[in-house]
Write a protein that binds this ligand. Structure first.
Ligand code: ZN
Length: 165
């Protein structure tokens, strides 16, 4: 297991990856992940940000750029796991963020078919929800769940969520 997670009360979740080739001393500390991320999520975040490093998910090992070829390449079309930070399935396990985003989107288009449901948020609340969605979109930039958050934020703003002057 070439990963070391630290949560010593700091503001961020630090992750150090070390190469799993015996005798190789190379380590890397990718940009720290947000503290709220789970261990699993912080690990996948770190691996995504370790440039040139490879991860063998089958053997749960990591390799430095020099030894990158030591990992067995993932099967064609395999995507690194992207666990949700808060959402859980019925067994209490994180779900794949891409699948979760698709489920939320499907729910959205289904419910928008229902006629004129009145909005339940005050303008100021709606504005704050939009800003929270912007944060989510920033954290998950380039992912389906981030794109969904950005779209919904724009919809809220379009619907007069901006605070009155
Ligand atoms: Zn190495």
């Amino acid at each position: 297991m070439g990963i070391h997670l630290s949560r010593d009360g700091g503001a961020v979740r630090r992750v150090v990856l070390s190469c799993d080739v015996p005798g190789c001393p190379v380590q890397i500390e990718p940009p720290a992940a947000e503290r709220w991320r789970s261990d699993t999520d912080a690990s996948s975040w770190a691996r995504e940000h370790a440039v040139g490093w490879t991860h063998d998910s089958g053997r749960k090992t990591d390799y430095c750029p020099e030894h990158a070829a030591s990992s067995v390449p993932p099967a064609e079309g395999t995507v690194a796991p992207r666990p949700t930070a808060a959402a859980r399935d019925i067994n209490g396990n994180p779900v794949n963020r891409d699948i979760y985003a698709e489920q939320l989107r499907a729910q959205l288009s289904k419910e928008s078919l229902d006629a004129d449901t009145p909005t339940l948020l005050e303008p100021a609340q709606s504005h704050v929800v939009a800003r929270l969605l912007d944060e989510l979109a920033g954290v998950y930039r380039g992912e389906k769940i981030g794109a969904l958050a950005a779209e919904l934020s724009a919809i809220l703003d379009d619907h007069g969520a901006k605070p009155r002057r």
